[in-house]
Design a protein around this ligand. Structure first.
Ligand code: ADP
Ligand code: MG
Length: 549
């Protein structure tokens, strides 16, 4: 047996590893299992280049709990390590073997997960002691056992090991003992390892027999090694996309449609994004996208990483260029991550534009479920607005849909004010504003329905972008603002009668802080004898104040 001291510096790194490396202790399992997967992938690579001539056999990674010994063990049949390799890759913290391997086998290497050479040590967040028992795939190699109790000293000795590969034996510490529970480990494997590219087994499959759950002889495989996003879009049918959606969100309602991302330049990115039906509030629907790095789950809280409106989408994004990293702020400031989010924004806009162009009817049918997403994107991402203004739709009170450009062509003849601004009339509640809508239509105007949670903000935004188009609610001081094609009909009431009537109406009107106006002109025979309106500007100020309160 030999002993030694860990590290490239004289500092003891363990206290830092234990407390600060990962805010989330759970991830040790992800790190150890992904190392086992890496080791198996590396062996596959060596076999494909002819450098490894032996049998590959079953490469699955086994996770097991020994409740008596209080250990959690991850075993693989990958490349294993020689004593020299342990000294190099394990004893020198922060020296990542993965990086060196990737450099050497750049072109044929299967995706390697590790980047930083700190992953293995995360096992010390939950263990009093960790053993590595390993036999290298190399001919004539001898098995070795490395052992360390969470301080800079370690021991290294020769042992017997029949099979190629590595066992990582974690002696779980007393205050982390829930990691010795079947259900806890199952839950973590489901979270982090569900789509790893090498089979992971944990215990045996169970089945219900005579009202009891019984173990079978069959291994319980916890992952799908070949998830939909890793396949070519051409090889997938519509139902493959919907069954993958159900794999991700068993209880979710069917999405509207999906985008399959598949980029290999200037960075690597795959994934499938789904557009959910967004009913009434954007607030409650965020955070369903899962971020992966080479099929290893990284996070499902992507705010700050992708633009906020994209957090409304569902699905999976996978990129080896997203660092499997220790801190969230690092992810947010990472240049690759920024490029990736810009790309996704562009891709999402382009896909919507494609659907819009290819099948306008389908797009219109989905619009009501889609509009909050598009509006949110327009309001928060300049780059998205630039693309989305071409396919963003508005709906009028006859349930007809228009792009902004189409709509302008319809109203510009009839609905302008004295300064030649175009006036888009809108209603926020078709029932409550019914009489105003009818009156406006009788005058030959068109009225939009703008009743979404975000329409108020959208109107302000659009007016800023195109100052020559104004939005005026249909019960506002409409008549004053528009140039009439026909002359207004003189009211049959005398001036004196009008003056007498105004206080009668005013006394009945609710006091909302915004003054009402009573006017008596009307158009045509079937319209109202008088109109009660509020100033658009005043009303909108008040509505915005109420929304922000
Ligand atoms: P990284 O995975 O980022 O390289 P880790 O700290 O997770 O960093 O692992 C350090 C190194 O230890 C790996 O690069 C690899 O060379 C070696 N290693 C860890 N686990 C295994 C394993 N199960 N089989 C073979 N080598 C391993
Ligand atoms: Mg690793």
């Amino acid at each position: 047996m030999s002993t030694g001291k860990i590290g490239v510096t004289s500092h003891d790194l363990f206290p830092i590893i234990k407390k600060f490396l990962y805010s989330d202790h759970d991830i040790f399992l992800r790190e150890i299992v992904s190392n086992a997967v890496d080791a198996s992938q590396k062996l596959k690579t060596l076999a494909s280049t002819g450098e490894y001539k032996g049998e590959l056999g079953d490469l699955s990674v086994r996770v097991s709990i020994d409740s008596e010994a209080k250990t959690l063990t991850i075993s693989d049949r990958g490349i294993g390590m020689t004593q020299e390799e342990i000294e190099k890759y394990i004893n020198q913290i922060a020296f990542s073997g993965a990086e060196e391997f990737l450099d050497k086998y750049k072109d044929q290497a299967n995706a390697i997960i590790g980047h930083f050479g700190l992953g293995f040590y995360s096992s010390f967040m939950v263990s009093d002691k960790v053993d590595i028992v390993t036999l290298s795939h190399k001919e004539g190699a001898e098995a070795v056992k490395w052992s360390c109790e969470g301080n800079p000293e370690y021991t290294l000795e020769k042992v017997e090991k029949a099979d190629r590969g590595t066992d990582i034996v974690m002696h779980i510490s007393e205050d982390e003992k829930d990691f010795l529970e079947q259900s806890r480990i199952q839950e973590l494997l489901n979270k982090y390892c569900k789509f790893l590219p090498i089979e992971i087994t944990f215990g045996k499959k169970t089945e219900w027999k005579d009202g009891k759950q019984e173990e079978t002889d069959e291994d319980n495989i916890i992952n799908d090694t070949n998830p939909a996003w890793t396949k070519k879009p051409l090889d997938l049918k519509e139902e493959d996309y919907s069954s993958f959606y159900r794999q991700l969100y068993p209880a979710g309602e069917d999405p509207l449609f999906h985008i399959h991302l598949n980029v290999d330049y200037p960075f690597n990115l795959t994934g499938i994004l789904y557009f959910p039906k967004i009913k009434n509030s954007v607030e409650i629907q965020k955070n369903k996208i899962q971020l992966y790095c080479n099929q290893v789950f990284v996070t499902d809280s992507v705010e700050g990483i992708v633009p906020e409106f994209l957090t409304l989408l569902h699905g999976v994004i996978d990129s080896p260029d997203i660092p499997l990293n220790v801190s969230r702020s690092y992810l947010q400031s990472d240049g690759n991550v920024k490029k990736i989010s810009n790309h996704i924004t562009k891709k999402v806009a382009d896909s919507l534009n494609d659907i819009f162009k290819k099948d306008r009817k389908d797009f219109e049918e989905k619009w009501d479920d889609l509009r909050l997403f598009v509006q949110y994107g327009i309001l928060t991402e300049e780059k998205f607005y630039d693309r989305a203004k071409k396919f963003m739709l508005v709906k009028n009170t006859d349930a007809k849909y228009f792009t902004l450009e189409e709509y302008e062509a319809i109203v510009k003849e009839n609905q302008t004010d004295k300064d030649k601004n175009i006036i888009n009339l809108y209603a926020t509640d078709a029932d409550a504003q019914f009489t105003y809508i009818e009156a406006a239509k009788a005058k030959g105007y068109d009225v939009l329905i703008m009743d979404s949670q975000l329409d108020n903000h959208l109107i302000n935004h659009l007016e800023q972008k195109t100052p020559t188009t104004k939005y005026v609610r249909v019960d506002s001081d409409v008549v004053d603002k528009l140039i009439q094609k026909e002359e207004l009909k003189e009211s049959k009431l005398s001036e004196e009668q009008k003056t007498d009537l105004i206080p009668v109406f005013n006394a009945q009107l609710p006091s909302t802080g915004v003054n009402y106006m009573v006017t008596f002109e009307s158009l045509g025979e079937n319209t109202q004898p008088l109109m009660i309106t509020q100033a658009e500007f005043m009303r909108r100020m008040k509505d915005m104040a109420a929304m922000n309160a």
